[in-house]
Design a protein around this ligand. Structure first.
Ligand code: SF4
Length: 432
């Protein structure tokens, strides 16, 4: 059997070993009142355990290793973070751990205490044949409550990670929520392929400049297309020529430098998603509403949030163009429902959550979760595959959770850290 530290953490956390007549390797009696809180960051593996060793009840940390010699290899004796370790839990005690005061570290050896079938279950769950995820044969047998509870937990983890990125940007913007929101919204208007140039564009064109021209759509469009680098060189049609003229004046006025136009990608894209069309929509959104984030904080209805993006009108020039000076068949260029949903999901829900967490206003975090519950589930291979396995995402709340689960747990075989994996192992229901 090839034990990993992860497996030992799992065994210790749920106390899945033979607990009869527990003693340290030195023969002192052990009684576990609390195994402690699993710590997945640096420092000892479990915090705040309560354990009686001999006649003394200790409160402190627990460190877990496969061989006890790892304590020396990791140089824990000289690391203050490990001063409060009260018990060293090891699979095999291959060498004594001597502390700086000369005492031997109390050590519990689990080698003959772990039921072999527990390890076999773990091994066949995590390392068995798989085409989609390690537990693909078993997940369909797990009760709905366990699945939904775990999906909620991973969704919160996902939103918390995203909130950290938002707060970092907020700090760079000196606490300006509107500017930060504007930058993230711009990046999301790039829909993955053009996220970077959109983000650079927003950073090169602060919102306060746009706000000064909010009553002049032509100037807003000139600033957006000019900073995006689309107004360089010769242009033929009246509309881009006019934009170029406006931009050259505004560019001097605000000492602006456009971003590199080569960053924009058109290849393998449907014309409807061309960056020129996205920029036209973005400009139309700015024309329609500035201080968008304040508005979003005030709007409670999902429909009204959606209306913010539905009721924008791009310049009529784009009705029969996808690029400057290249006529095309007429078609509507307003944002489609699925694009609006992606913006609501990736920007609005994330910002409501970040705002609520940062200011400790639960009202906004709940609104973020409600918004996700009211948006349709995303459609992609991962969501479809989980659906085949019996985990059908009913809305964006669940599809976002499934993506987090797949990308940050299943892909790394973190089944021992997963509520679903723990349930499968505990119930001994592994199907292949
Ligand atoms: S991490 Fe969880 S959901 Fe993913 S394969 Fe393992 S047990 Fe299944």
């Amino acid at each position: 059997m090839l034990f990993t530290e992860d497996f030992l953490h799992y065994v210790w956390k749920f106390r899945l070993f033979d607990k009869s007549n527990l003693k340290t390797v030195d023969g002192e009696e052990i009684e576990i009142f609390s195994a402690g809180m699993h710590n997945t960051h640096s420092g000892p593996d479990f915090h705040n355990a309560r354990i009686r060793i001999g006649d003394t009840t200790w409160a402190g940390n627990v460190e877990v290793h496969v061989p006890s010699s790892d304590w020396r290899k990791h140089d824990h004796t000289n690391d203050k973070a490990y001063n409060n370790v009260i018990l060293h839990v090891v699979y095999r005690d291959d060498e004594p751990v001597i502390l700086s005061d000369g005492r031997r570290m109390p050590t519990l050896e689990l080698e003959n205490r772990i039921p072999p079938e527990l390890y076999n279950r773990f091994h066949s769950l995590v390392y068995g044949n798989q085409t989609i995820i390690p537990c693909e044969g078993s997940i369909g047998h797990v009760d709905d409550m366990t699945i939904r509870t775990w999906l909620t937990r991973v969704l919160i983890e996902r939103l918390e990670k995203r909130a950290k990125t938002v707060i970092k940007a907020l700090n760079n913007n000196r606490g300006d929520w509107e500017e930060t929101f504007y930058q993230f919204l711009a990046a999301n208007f790039g829909f993955k392929t053009n996220a970077l140039p959109f983000e650079l564009l927003a950073k090169s064109l602060p919102q306060n400049i746009l706000a000064k021209h909010k009553n002049n759509p032509m100037q807003i469009e000139a600033l957006v297309f000019g900073q995006a680098g689309f107004l360089e060189g010769d242009l033929i049609d009246e509309y881009p020529k006019k934009l170029k003229e406006e931009y050259s004046f505004l560019r001097k006025k605000y000492s602006l430098t456009p971003i590199d136009n080569h960053l924009w990608k058109f290849m393998r894209m449907r014309p409807q998603n061309f960056p020129t069309i996205r920029l036209a929509q973005f400009a139309a959104l700015i024309v329609r509403s500035n201080h968008l984030f304040s508005k979003i904080l005030d709007i409670r209805e999902v429909k009204s949030l959606r209306d913010l993006f539905t009721e924008i009108n791009v310049n009529p020039y784009w009705e029969d163009h996808y690029r400057f000076d290249v006529p095309s068949k007429p078609s509507s260029k307003n944002l489609g429902t699925s694009s609006i949903d992606v913006l609501l999901l990736n920007t609005l829900a994330v910002f409501l959550f970040s705002y609520g967490r940062h200011l400790q206003l639960e009202y906004y975090t709940s609104r973020s979760l409600k918004l996700l519950e009211n948006l349709p589930a995303e459609e992609n291979n991962i969501i479809a595959n989980f659906g085949v396995l019996g985990v059908k995402a009913k809305n964006a709340f669940e599809s976002q959770a499934v993506l987090e689960l797949k990308n940050n747990y299943c892909n790394f075989k973190k089944c021992l850290h997963c509520g679903i994996g723990n349930k499968i192992l505990a119930d001994n229901k592994i199907y292949k």
